[in-house]
Unconditional design. Structure first.
Lengths: 316, 380, 303
């Protein structure tokens, strides 16, 4: 245990933890949205992220960018970033919707037990991640450096870089947009109706299947954006990154209160920062151990998470 | 309904453990008289022990045996995968608890053997393989209880993620403690099971895996007998009741947390035993052997074979090991076909769950149900 | 066995407290001789209290599902709990069997607190129940379903089963014997080897009763057991309920169908909007203006 390390880098760890947490939070939204409507842990959501990430890397590659190419100027950065965001979000959303259609809808039609959904989700997850793994020879894929990271200002002893600011701002913007969509639009009302009571929502003329597809699509969009932020931050990607980050994202969703959008945000930040402290204290390889321990301990004392499961229906 | 009417005076005729004639292999087996049934089972067991000589069977044999890996080793791989599937089937199939970290117990078993018996261990105890078995099983059981105690009170769908976390914690610990669990470098020189032939050569050597396979089959038979006793008792009924409707089970007096814990602990024991067997044959254990994907592979086996019945778990466990080993040496897109095993079984999980949720061998109850349905369709 | 209940006209403190504005004397069904085995002093004259629901309130968020409900079920009787839809019958039921925990008040069984106990503990005290929307173990056979109930009082566990110890084998044989007897008792012995899912609706209802009886209850709670039955099936069910009572088991019947309740119960409590509005013999309840009003002016026995 290295307490002096934790204290000397406290600000630094907090700042990087927040940036990491923002990515986790965006990723976590997909779990929370699907859970809110279907009461299903969409294990395959991690692969929604993976597909988005690799699509973006391939697209940038098509523009002649690879890990060795020179960092573009500001205009180039914005352009490539937007292209990356677009293709990743589109690919992730498409993957999510297809997973729903292929893996879950047949089970729903049959009224399969919850365990069946979980098992199918795991099958889908492993199939997609292995497919990507085989295509990429299970190697790390380098990501072009679109942005030179440099500190912009300091808080206490922590430097805050331009990239960290970008990540947190993008994550918050996506979150606010999603919150607006769910709470203020007609489609969003449909989602809330189905999540609160699927049967009466159907009676009121809400098309349940369309709402479910929409929810998967929204979760996919968020995961695609998270994937781009992840690529910018980490600088390379592997076929199983999604799987492991997905576990953290799911933990964040549960931590905040699954089914609760703001809970996912809070959970993401708490988890990101906590993991970083664990890294500072014990070494980076232990960060996900910290995440799991936090999750189990929290679930034992507060089974509905920090903010409760508010998007979900009240449980009797 | 005629079956009970045939022998209305004996309760056994309607007893669930006796099964009833029905469709499919299982039904046919159950419809045979008891001595014949035993004879068939004895033949199956004998056949299992004779599998190493399958290559000598004309025509069929050469098709069956593996090419990319020697046949005895492939068979040994089958044996510990079957053990893992049997253990996971207790947790997932009987009690309906989704455990995604089952490999964690396998790792606990293997590492306990390594720590107690390998010369690389910090303990330096250098026990024999045999002496480590009770400790390894006890520690696996204990780890099952440690994991289950807090988590089995949680809502069912959280269990999956927490168990997954458990297996990851074990793998990360193994990876990150170079002095204790020795990460990638691993433990070498783990002793093999005891015994020498009259000429002084060890029964369990490094060249031929056949004796290990026989040992594996023997362990499997013991485990199957033990699990069968549990399945046909109050314990098995409690598990099924929990799987079917946990709240109703508790209202009927089932102590649900207790029996869920038992399912976990027994599953952990069998998984640990798989690790013990593996370590004793391989002689080497490192952190790369306990990836997350392995848990999912075993789950695929249980689901594929037929969740909730042991014949299914045995078949499924055998297939997840045999199919990739059989494909070894075959090139697909410049890669050894073995590389595609997780991809293949991921797809198989989805297909099975969508098109044949009862698995390849439906459980006895499923068979009963299907038979009843068939009867309804074709009234006599 | 002949109808064991004679009528007396004693005051029921419990009831009169609830109905101060309507001081109608209530009658009490005198229970069996054997029912005097119950523990604790009987708070009401005439029979030992088996289950006391004492001023129970239950709130979900802002909704008050039960509001200060009190009644007492005595040994050996068939007690009816009725009320219009949403009156809180099933909620009350769930509170008694440990599914819900009352916000306020207490439930006592043979003088011991039930409130706060785990569900299986309540079962082993001697309260068994069926579910309104049948909840069998669908992929287990009928016999196995009943045996799960019988297991509630067995002692052997994993070690006994693993090594097939003598006690395990004895309990297993007894459990099977008893379960088959109970299947016989409810009339579906011939379906013992069938998976529960494939039983007909009526058979499933009976199986649920057999499973509940297998836990050796002192009190059997039936939650709308006649739902979805035709008149002939209802008549059979009435017979079954009487036979259950005749074996010494007290029965709590929650029902919608007034005719069924009137025909079989010794005493009835009526709930409306989470409050008890009446309690008494079927005849008294039937003529109670509040009850009639609760059922929208339709005479309680529409027959």
């Amino acid at each position: 245990m290295n307490f002096s390390n934790l204290f000397s880098q406290f600000g630094e760890l907090t700042v990087t933890g927040l940036a990491q947490g923002a990515i986790i939070a965006l990723f976590a939204l997909g779990y929370t949205l699907v859970y809110g409507v279907l009461r299903l842990i969409n294990f395959a959501h991690s692969e929604v992220f993976t597909v988005g990430a690799f699509t973006a890397v391939l697209t940038w590659g098509a523009f002649g960018l690879d890990q060795d190419s020179r960092t573009p100027g500001l205009g180039g950065f914005v352009g490539y970033l937007l292209i990356g965001l677009l293709v990743a979000a589109a690919a992730s959303a498409a993957t999510a919707v297809v997973i729903e259609l292929v893996a879950y809808r047949p089970l729903r039609r049959r009224n399969a037990p919850p365990l069946a959904f979980l098992i199918t989700a795991i099958g889908a997850s492993i199939a997609i991640s292995e497919f990507v793994g085989v295509l990429t020879h299970r190697n790390n894929k380098g990501v072009p450096r679109l942005l030179t990271q440099e500190p912009v200002f300091r808080i206490a002893d922590g430097r805050v870089t331009n990239l960290q600011i970008l990540i947190v701002v993008v994550a918050l913007a996506m979150m606010i947009g999603l919150d607006f969509f769910i709470n203020r639009t007609r489609l969003g009302r449909g989602i809330r109706a189905v999540s609160q009571n699927p049967d009466s929502a159907a009676l009121m003329g809400v098309n349940k299947n369309r709402v479910i597809s929409l929810v998967f699509l929204l979760g996919g969009l968020m995961a695609g954006v998270a994937a781009i932020m992840y690529l910018l931050k980490i600088g390379n990607v592997r076929y199983d990154n999604g799987l492991y980050l997905g576990v953290e994202a799911f933990s964040a969703a549960v931590l905040g209160g699954i089914g609760n959008l703001r809970g996912a945000l809070l959970g993401g930040f708490v988890l990101g920062v906590f993991e970083n402290y664990v890294s500072g204290l014990f070494g980076t390889q232990w960060h996900s151990v910290g995440a799991f321990v936090l999750l189990v301990v929290l679930l034992m004392f507060r089974p509905t998470g920090l903010l409760g499961e508010s998007l979900g229906r009240a449980r009797a | 309904m005629t079956t009970t009417a045939d022998t209305p005076q004996t309760p056994e005729a309607t007893a669930p453990s006796q099964g009833k004639p029905g469709g499919g292999l299982r039904g046919r087996l159950d419809s045979l008289p008891k001595p014949v049934r035993w004879a068939v089972l004895a033949l199956l067991v004998a056949g299992a022990y004779l599998l190493p000589y399958a290559a000598d069977v004309p025509v069929l044999g050469p098709q069956l045996v593996t090419e990319g890996i020697d046949w005895a080793s492939a068979l040994f791989n089958v044996s510990y995968f079957v053990l893992l599937a049997l253990g996971l089937n207790v947790v997932v199939g009987f009690a309906g608890l989704l455990d995604l970290g089952y490999v964690g117990f396998y790792a606990v078993g293997a590492y306990t053997v390594a720590l107690l018996a390998s010369g690389d261990s910090v303990f330096g105890t250098k026990w024999t393989w045999l002496a480590t078995i009770p400790i390894a099983i006890a520690i696996a059981l204990f780890s099952g209880l440690i994991l289950g105690w807090p988590t089995l009170r949680l809502r069912g769908d959280y269990l999956a993620i927490v168990t997954l976390g458990f297996a990851e914690i074990i793998r990360i610990t193994a990876d990150s403690t170079p002095d204790f669990l020795r990460g990638d470098q691993g433990f070498t020189g783990i002793p093999h099971p005891p015994g020498t032939f009259s000429d002084g050569t060890p029964v369990f050597g490094v060249r031929d895996a056949t004796p290990y396979f026989w040992l594996g089959v023997t362990i499997i038979i013991i485990v199957v007998l033990a699990l069968r006793n549990l399945e046909r008792s109050r314990v098995g009924r409690s598990w099924l009741a929990i799987r079917e409707d946990e709240e109703a089970a508790e209202v009927m007096g089932v102590r649900t947390v207790k029996y869920k814990l038992w399912a976990f602990a027994i599953g952990a024991c069998v998984g640990g035993l798989g690790g013990v067997l593996f370590a004793g044959q391989n002689g080497f254990v490192n952190s790369a052997m306990f990836q997350l994907q392995l848990s999912i592979l075993v789950l695929a086996g249980v689901v594929m074979g037929g969740s909730g019945n042991m014949a299914g778990a045995i078949l499924g466990g055998a297939l997840i090991s045999y199919i990739p080993d059989r494909l070894r040496g075959t090139q697909i897109l410049d890669r050894d076909a073995y590389e595609y095993r997780y991809l293949l079984f991921g797809v198989i999980i989805i297909l099975i769950m969508i098109f044949r949720p009862q698995g390849l061998i439906p459980s006895r109850r499923r068979a009963l149900e299907l038979k009843d349905r068939a009867r309804e369709v074709a009234p006599q | 066995m002949s109808e064991p209940h004679t009528e007396s006209t004693e005051w029921d403190d419990e009831t009169s407290r609830q109905r101060v504005d309507e001081p109608i004397p209530t009658t009490i069904g005198v229970p069996h001789e054997r029912s005097s085995a119950g523990a604790g002093p009987a708070p009401v004259p005439g029979g030992a209290a088996l289950l006391e629901v004492d001023n129970v309130t239950l709130r979900f968020g802002g909704v008050t599902a039960l509001d200060g409900v009190s009644f007492t079920i005595r040994q050996g009787e068939i007690f009816g709990l009725i009320g219009p839809n949403g009156a809180g019958k099933t909620t009350c039921f769930n509170a008694m069997t440990g599914i819900y925990r009352p916000t306020d008040g207490e439930i006592r069984f043979t003088g011991k607190r039930v409130t706060g106990l785990r569900k299986y503990e309540i079962t082993s005290m001697g309260i068994a129940r069926t579910f309104q929307n049948i909840r069998l173990f669908p992929e287990m056979t009928a016999l196995e379903n009943v045996m799960v109930g019988a297991d509630a009082h067995h002692k052997t566990s994993v070690l006994g089963a693993l090594f097939r110890l003598p006690r395990h084998r004895r309990e297993e044989a007894q459990g099977r014997e008893k379960s088959l007897r109970l299947l016989e008792f409810v009339g579906i012995r011939h379906r013992a080897g069938h998976v529960a899912r494939n039983l007909s609706y009526g058979e499933q209802r009976r199986l649920e009763i057999a499973r509940a009886l297998a836990t050796d209850p002192k009190l059997l709670c039936l939650d709308e057991p006649a739902a979805g039955f035709n008149p002939a099936e209802k008549e059979d069910l009435l017979q079954l309920i009487r036979r259950v009572r005749d074996t010494g088991v007290t029965v709590l019947l929650i029902e919608h169908d007034m005719r069924l309740v009137m025909g079989v119960t010794d005493r009835i409590a009526v709930l409306e909007f989470g409050r008890k509005i009446a309690e008494g013999t079927p005849a008294e309840v039937r003529d109670d203006p509040k009850v009639i009003a609760a059922y929208l002016g339709v005479p309680a026995d529409a027959a």
